[in-house]
Structures are given as C-alpha cells and as structure tokens.
Design a protein around this ligand. Structure first.
Ligand code: PLP
Length: 424
C-alpha cells in the first residue's frame, strides 16, 4: 500500500527501495533525534506556562503597538527558553541577516573591530560588515573587521585568535552553522569552549552567535554556553513553519535593549512595534518548533545516507552528530544541481509545477539556484534546497515541516537524477 502510494506520487520501485535501505540503518539515530525534540518541547512548554501565556495574548496590536502584552510575553518566553535575560522577537525584523545586522550595529561604535574566529561569515553578512564594499555597511561607519580561519583539521586556531584580539576588538561573531562553506557546524559545547578561551584573553568583549538553523537541534543553545547575543530567523527553526516573517535576538538585557533601540529608535526601544496579526503564529510556531526541527534533522540525515550510498560526498556525513538542519551534498555539476532542485520542487505542497532556474540574488556574489515550494516565501524550515553555482556544485538541503514530506522530497530529488540519466 505504502509503496503503491509512492508509485502514484512518481517514485519508482528502484528509488523507493534505495530509500528503505538507507532508512533501515538510521533507526537508532532517529530515536536520539526524538529524545532531543522531547526535551526541547518541554523546555518551550515550561517557558509558556511560567509566563502565563493566555488566550488574549494571541491577539495583536496596531499603530504604535504600545502595551502589546502578547509581544512582550512572547519575548519572555524566548528569553526563558534560551536562558537569557531578555529577547527581541519581532515581525519588523525582516530576516536573519537583518537580525544580525541590528545586533552588530547596536553593539559597535566607530573605531571598534569585529573579529570572526571561525573564518568568513555567511555570504549576506559580507555586505553588512563591508567585507564586500556596500552602501551603509559597518565599514562606512569606521568599524573594522578581522578574521581568523579554522585550522586545516577544522579546529579553532587558538594561537591566531590570541594574536588577532587587540584593544579595538569589541565584538566576536561566531557563526554556528556552516552556511555556504565547507567547514563543519559547531556544537553549542564547542562554541562554549571558544567563548571561554576568548574571555580568558578579553573578558569584556561582546560575543554574538549567528544561531541560524541551529535552534532545537540539540538540548542546549549557544546562550547556555556564554554567548551574549544569540541571533536567528523566524522563517527557520524557531518559527516552526508558522511564523510568516521575523527574527529574534536573545541575550543580555543591556545589549537586547540596544538592539531594540537600533531596530526602532533611541528613546523608543521595545515599547513600540505593532505585532499586527502575527502573535498567534509566533507562539504556535515556537510551540511546534522542536518537533518541526526534528523532522528537518531526520530529513538531513536520510539525505546524507541515501546520497552516500550513491557515491556522493556529503557534509556532514551520515555518521556525524547534527548541530544544524543543513545537509550539503557535492553534486559535481550544474546539471545535477538543477535535477536535484527539480525533485525538491516537484515534491512541494505549493508551486510543485514550477521548475527552479539559477539566478542572481541580492546579497549573494554568485548565481544561486533555489527550490522551495513553501507556504512562507523563502522559508527554509520548509523543505528547500539551494546553493551557489560554483565548484564543487554543492547543494544545501534543509527543512521539512514533516518528516514524511522531507523523505518524499529527497526520494523525488533522486528520482529526477535517475530520470535525467544521472544516477543509478
Ligand atoms: C540563513 C542564514 C543567515 C541569513 O538569514 P536570512 O534570513 O536569509 O537573511 C545568516 N547566517 C546563517 C548561518 C544562515 O543560515
């Protein structure tokens, strides 16, 4: 019955069998993912109960948004879940890049220096910081940037970091997820170790962690390991697929206050910002986020196992512990990327009839191909695949609001490769 349904949905016997084979090796791993989701589910519930989330808080405000108790309570729920003093969780934060840009601008003054001790940050931050010259960048305001790459074995270059820290170093930016790079994603514990080392050299430096794609993949967050600011997007993990937009910044109260004043205006801060109609989706999405994230992690693991079996290099490989929801696969040529993305797209609940093509994207240096048949535009907690068209033609695969959809999408990606004569 199940296989017949897959057949009716375009998956051949051969591809289905490959999937079952890959899956049979992952049972123990899936149990671990479920246990993590269970812990995180309780963490979120506890934060909601502690803050007495009530039905009337699910409604929103308009205009200035004064006295928006739903918005203010949600921020307490985030702060309690992340174990931070405060949080800023707003629909006015347009995306992850914007949240990070706010956190950077709010924490830095002219003459200060940012240090990334983990190599080059995410592509879109290059223009925020001014690594690639851009109008309005931090570089225009006299803020400089320094970077220390990872060692060849992927470890932190402690000696290099020690040498790079100087009297102007004001903020350390640590990106948890690999993004569009070939390094590994860091665990919250590894980030904690790095933070302790840096604080041993410069105790008062501000540490900001780009937590995009990492939320709820483990039982702790970077904020549990010494980060001053933990930042991410609500159309990734913590929005649970229901948040229609938004970003969050969780951390030290004085820093979050500065971020609020950067987002709105000095003197206004957190007091303004109408939540309009999004409070309910923000709450409900955060409530579902642990389980949705678990579905995405299962999908990533399954993709790794399946494609390894076909001989493709995978990052991380299927034997590795997961610290984010991203699965990278080296497909080796643009044709493979296009076929893979065609499969993800064809498996989508929305826009399944569309064929993805490479194009220029604001903030990205290379052409990018993206597959997403999402309920929320660009949402990458929903099943999606994307990657810059440059060697080694690495596709980054993520999301899946349900495990079964993730599985189907991955099988369909393989089906499209088979149909194009590129695999099996
Ligand atoms: C997605 C992402 C960002 C930027 O988020 P957008 O919402 O696309 O602006 C930043 N850093 C990392 C690691 C990301 O994955």
């Amino acid at each position: 019955m199940r296989e017949e349904t897959y057949r009716a949905c375009g998956i051949s016997h051969e591809v289905f069998s490959r999937g079952e084979e890959a899956l049979s090796a992952l049972a123990g791993r899936f149990e671990e993912i479920d246990r993590i989701a269970e812990t995180n589910q309780l963490k979120v519930l506890q934060a909601m109960q502690k803050n007495r989330v009530a039905a009337d808080l699910l409604n929103g405000t308009t205009g200035y948004g004064y006295n928006d108790a739903g918005r203010d309570t949600l921020e307490k729920v985030y702060a309690d879940t992340f174990h931070t003093e405060d949080a800023l969780v707003r629909p006015q934060i347009t995306c992850g890049t914007h949240a990070l840009s706010i956190a950077l601008a709010a924490s830095l003054h002219p003459g200060d220096e940012i240090l990334s001790p983990v190599g080059r940050p995410y592509d879109t931050l290059e223009e925020v910081i001014g690594i690639r010259p851009s109008v309005g960048s931090l570089a225009e305001y006299g803020i400089t940037y320094a970077e220390v790459g990872l060692l060849p074995d992927g470890g932190f270059d402690y000696e290099g970091i020690r040498n790079a820290i100087n009297e102007r170093t004001r903020l350390i930016e640590i990106q948890r997820s690999k993004g569009y790079s070939s390094r590994e994603t860091f665990s919250p514990e590894q980030i904690g170790e790095l933070i302790r080392f840096i604080r041993g050299i410069k105790p008062d430096v501000t540490v900001m962690v780009d937590n995009c794609y990492g939320e709820f993949t483990r039982e702790t967050e970077p904020s549990d390991h010494g980060a001053d600011l933990t930042v991410g997007s609500l159309i990734k993990n913590p929005g649970g697929g229901l948040a229609p937009c938004g970003g969050y910044i969780a951390g030290r109260a004085d820093l979050v206050e500065r971020c609020a004043k950067r987002l709105t205006a000095p003197g206004l801060g957190k007091e303004v910002g109408a939540s309009l109609g999004v409070n309910r989706s923000f709450y409900q999405g955060f409530f579902l986020a642990p389980v949705v994230t678990a579905a995405a992690v299962k999908g990533a693991l399954f993709a790794a196992k399946l494609y390894e079996g076909l001989g493709f290099p995978t990052w991380p490989s299927s034997d590795k512990t997961r610290y984010d929801i991203i699965q990278a696969i080296d497909l080796g040529s643009p044709e493979y990327m296009k076929a893979f993305c065609a499969g993800i797209q064809a498996a989508a609940p929305v826009d399944s009839f569309v064929r993805p093509v490479p194009s220029d994207m604001p903030g990205y240096a290379d052409q990018v191909i993206m597959a997403a048949g999402a309920f929320v535009q660009g949402s990458s907690i929903e099943l999606s695949a994307d990657g810059p068209l440059r060697s080694p033609y690495r596709i980054y695969f993520q999301g899946g609001l349900t495990w079964y959809h993730a599985k189907y999408g991955i099988l369909m990606s393989l089906q499209k490769l088979v149909d194009a004569g590129l695999a099996l």
